[in-house]
Design a protein around this ligand. Structure first.
Ligand SMILES: C[S@@+](CC[C@H](N)C(=O)[O-])C[C@H]1O[C@@H](n2cnc3c(N)ncnc32)[C@H](O)[C@@H]1O
Length: 293
C-alpha cells in the first residue's frame, strides 16, 4: 500500500519542543480524524509513542460479517504497543464466540499483549444489563471482557466513584491483636468509594446510545462504557484512538469531552456512519481515505 500523507502531528509535547512551532499552532493543536483503511497500514505510518489512550473492540472471531475485513490480530497488537505513549493505556473490549464451547480467543489475545510488553493492568468485566443470548445447557452469558493494558505504569488514573451505603463517624473494627479480640476505634466512613472493576450497562437503543444511525453498524458498544474509560485513563487534550471504530462511539465521547481523536475503520461505509453520527452532535472531523486501491 502506498504510504499515505497523513497529517498526524507529533505529540503536543514534541510540537512544543519544535523550533518552528508558533504559539498559535500550539493553541490550536487539535486532531479529529476519521480514516478509512486497514488500521495496521495506517498505524505503521505513525511515529512511536503518540497515543495516550486506545479504546477499541475488535471483530469477535468470525461472529459477524463486517464487509470483508482483514483482521491481522498480532500485527495490530504490535503496532498498538509501538504507538502507545509510555504510561498509555489500551482498553481492548472483547467477547468469545460460543459455539458448543467458548473459543477463548480473548484469553489468547490477552496473553499475546502481555508477551509483547503490555502490563495486564486490569481485567475488567463489561456486564450487560439486558441480554437475549440464552444457552440451553449453560448460564446466560451476560458479559464481555475489557482488558486494560498498560505500557509501563499508568500515566493517568482518575478513579470513578460511587456513593457509599453509609457515611460519617462510626466505631470501626480494626485488625485483631494477638489477644484475638476485635478492637473498635472511631473512624470516618467516606461519602464515596472507588468503583469496582465490574461495569454494567444497558444495551440496545436507548442503552447503548440514542443515536439511531449507530445501529446501522452491527456491533456498537455502549457510549457510557467508552466515556467511563476516557474519564478514567485520559485528561482533556489527550489523544484517543479507536483503530476499529465502527460507528464512532469512542470518537463521539472523546470529542464531547475535550480529547483529540483518531478513528480508523476498514469499511468506508462505517466511517461514513461515524462521520454522520458525530456531525449530528456538532462534531466536525476530517475524513481521510487511505483505502488501498
Ligand atoms: C466490533 S466492531 C467496532 C464497533 C465500535 N466499537 C462501535 O461502537 O461502533 C469492529 C470493527 O472493526 C473493523 N475492522 C476489522 N478489521 C479491521 C482492520 N484491519 N482495520 C480497521 N478496522 C477493522 C470492522 O469493520 C468493524 O467495524
Amino acid at each position: 500500500m502506498e504510504q499515505m500523507e497523513l497529517a498526524l502531528p507529533a505529540k503536543a509535547a514534541d510540537l512544543a519542543q519544535s523550533a518552528t512551532a508558533t504559539d498559535s499552532q500550539l493553541d490550536n493543536w487539535q486532531v479529529s480524524q476519521l480514516i478509512a483503511g486497514n488500521c495496521v497500514d495506517i498505524m505503521r505510518g505513525w511515529e512511536a509513542g503518540i497515543i495516550d489512550l486506545t479504546i477499541t473492540s475488535p471483530p469477535y472471531d468470525s461472529l459477524r460479517d463486517y464487509k470483508g475485513y482483514d483482521f491481522p490480530f498480532q500485527a495490530i497488537a504490535d503496532e498498538l504497543y509501538r504507538i502507545t505513549a509510555d504510561g498509555g493505556i489500551v482498553v481492548w473490549v472483547v467477547g468469545d464466540r460460543i459455539n458448543g464451547g467458548r473459543s477463548l480467543t480473548s484469553f489468547r489475545q490477552a496473553l499475546y499483549f502481555q508477551e509483547i510488553g503490555f502490563s495486564a493492568h486490569d481485567i475488567m468485566i463489561y456486564q450487560k444489563k439486558n441480554t437475549p443470548f440464552m444457552r440451553s445447557n449453560a448460564y446466560t452469558n451476560a458479559y464481555e471482557m475489557m482488558f486494560v493494558l498498560c505500557k509501563g505504569k499508568p500515566a493517568t488514573f482518575n478513579p470513578l466513584k460511587v456513593p457509599t451505603a453509609r457515611h460519617g463517624m462510626e466505631l470501626l473494627t480494626h485488625n485483631k491483636l494477638p489477644d484475638g479480640i476485635n478492637k473498635k476505634k472511631l473512624g470516618e466512613l467516606k461519602k464515596e468509594k472507588t468503583r469496582t472493576n465490574v461495569w454494567s450497562y444497558a444495551v440496545g437503543l436507548g442503552g447503548t446510545t440514542r443515536d439511531k444511525i449507530a445501529f446501522q453498524h452491527p456491533a456498537v458498544f455502549p457510549e457510557k462504557l467508552a466515556l467511563d474509560h476516557i474519564l478514567s485513563w485520559s485528561n482533556p487534550g489527550d489523544l484517543v484512538l479507536d483503530p476499529m471504530c465502527g460507528s464512532g462511539t469512542t470518537g463521539k465521547m472523546a470529542l464531547l469531552h475535550d480529547r483529540q481523536f483518531i478513528g480508523i475503520d476498514i469499511s468506508a461505509e462505517y466511517i461514513e456512519i461515524a462521520r454522520q453520527r458525530l456531525e449530528t452532535h456538532g462534531l466536525t472531523v476530517e475524513f481521510v481515505d487511505c483505502r488501498s486501491s
